[in-house]
Each structure stands twice: as structure tokens, then as C-alpha cells.
Design a protein around this ligand. Structure first.
Ligand code: FES
Length: 257
């Protein structure tokens, strides 16, 4: 496990009743508990709500803390071992408090070859931090957590980086550096596509499924010209994929537990 999560996965911890992770869940107030109820109500089985619940706790604390693990376990009737197993598997769940902004630089093959490695090096040098480290005090304005990311599914726009999961396409090291400096000054430069830039905790709230200002969230450009070029070509040439028959028998929905 990690230095922050002071728990183990011994046999006792698989028993929900016996779990003790020493997390004080009072940090999650009535409003957060009401949000949790809304999330849980979306699913036939409460345990299916774990992923958005972890995003909800990150929207409060900027990471998944021991309290966050305990809170999710209590709300979903899971063991803390079960919750921590999920929280430590996905890189989007942060174990240390994140900065105001999370900057993810793609260093996978296409981006790396087109300058992603250089972007990561220059930004890291400027911030004085490495992977998964924060420049500034986490949560305070201008603080930035840097990470290198695997393919961000935008190879046609390489090299790319994301700030709080919003895209900045076709970056040069100089542009990336200017972007990071602007973030440090408290500015929020517009992403290439998608909604206006928020901050890490705001993005986490959206990932939990709460869009407090839906209109502005969907107002930005949603697709790049490069990305839709294939669909346009197919359209022009009359290419189609077989459609799904109308009479496919769907499996029954599970009962709500
Ligand atoms: S390699 Fe960077 S987006 Fe795919």
C-alpha cells in the first residue's frame, strides 16, 4: 500500500464488520452525503456506484484519503479493503492531495515521438517536480500536480496534454510552458475543445456525475476536425456499418438491491 493509506489487506479486513481504517468521515458533510445518495440511486446495486463515489470524495479532499475510503465503504456496505483495492488500481484516484490543477502530459509513443517527452521535461524542470508531485501547496491557487500519462486517446492531435482532463492539442514545449505559467498566475486558458477550464476538484465533481452548470459544460467545441475526418469521408463515400437489428433480445435488468 502507500505511505498515506495506513491499512493492510489482511484476512480480517475482508470482513466488513471488522474493518477499521481510522478514517474520520465527519469531513463529509450533509451535502456530500446527499450527493452520495443520489449517486447510489443511479445503480441497481449500490456497489456499482464505487467509481463515481471515489470521484465525489476527490472533489471534497483533492485525493482519496483514508477518510474517503472509509466513507465509501460505509455508504456502499463494502469493506475498506474492497474500496482500497479499487482506489489503488486506477491512476485517476490520487493518493496524495492534488494541486489546484492536474497537468497530464502524454508521453506515449505518438506524443513522445512528436515532442511529448520534451514537453514533460520542460514543464517538470520549470515546476521543479517529477511524476505525481505537486508544485506549490496542494489545493491553493496556482498549485500544480504534474504527471506523465499513457495514451490520452488523441493521437491524431499529438502531442497533447490535459489540464484537469481537458485537452490542449498539438502542443509545443513553449506553448505547454506558457500554459503552465498561466495556470500558476491563476489564469485558466481555454482548452482546445471541451468546456471551460475548471480546477481539479471541479472536474472531479463532474466525473461524479454532477454538472452544476450544464450549459457551459457542453458549450465548447466538442470534436476536432482531425477526429471527425474519417466519419466525413465515410459519409461522402456512402460507407456504413451494419445496423443493430430491432428484435435483439436484451437480458433483464438486475433487481435493485
Ligand atoms: S500517444 Fe498521446 S494521445 Fe495517443
Amino acid at each position: 500500500m502507500t505511505e498515506q493509506f495506513e491499512f493492510t489487506t489482511n484476512k480480517e479486513q475482508t470482513d466488513h464488520e471488522a474493518v477499521s481504517i481510522n478514517g474520520d468521515t465527519s469531513v463529509f458533510g450533509e451535502d456530500v452525503r446527499a450527493d452520495a445518495k443520489q449517486i447510489i440511486a443511479r445503480y441497481p446495486e449500490s456497489r456499482s456506484a464505487l467509481l463515481p463515489m471515489l470521484h465525489l470524495v476527490q472533489s471534497v479532499q483533492g485525493c482519496v484519503s483514508a477518510e474517503g475510503i472509509q466513507f465509501c465503504a460505509e455508504q456502499l456496505a463494502l469493506s475498506t479493503a474492497e474500496v482500497s483495492a479499487v482506489a489503488t488500481f486506477y491512476t485517476m484516484y490520487k493518493r496524495r492531495p492534488c494541486g489546484q490543477h492536474l497537468v497530464s502530459v502524454c508521453t506515449n509513443t505518438m506524443c513522445a515521438a512528436l515532442g511529448g517527452d520534451e514537453i514533460y521535461r520542460k514543464v517538470g524542470e520549470h515546476l521543479g517536480v517529477g511524476h505525481d508531485e505537486t508544485a506549490g501547496t496542494p489545493g491553493e491557487e496556482g498549485s500544480i500536480t504534474l504527471e506523465h500519462a499513457e495514451c490520452l486517446a488523441a493521437c491524431d492531435l499529438a502531442p497533447v496534454l490535459q489540464v484537469n482532463y481537458e485537452y490542449y492539442d498539438n502542443q509545443t514545449p513553449e506553448q505547454a510552458l506558457e500554459l503552465v505559467k498561466a495556470l500558476q498566475r491563476g489564469e485558466k486558458p481555454a482548452p482546445t475543445r471541451g468546456p471551460a477550464l475548471s480546477d481539479f476538484r471541479g472536474a472531479e465533481r463532474q466525473l461524479a456525475g454532477f454538472f452544476d452548470d450544464l450549459e457551459s459544460t457542453v458549450a465548447g467545441t466538442s470534436a476536432a476536425v482531425e477526429t471527425v475526418r474519417g466519419a466525413q469521408l465515410a459519409n461522402e463515400r456512402g460507407w456504413t456499418a451494419p445496423s443493430m437489428p430491432d428484435d435483439v433480445e436484451m437480458p433483464p435488468l438486475p433487481e435493485k438491491k
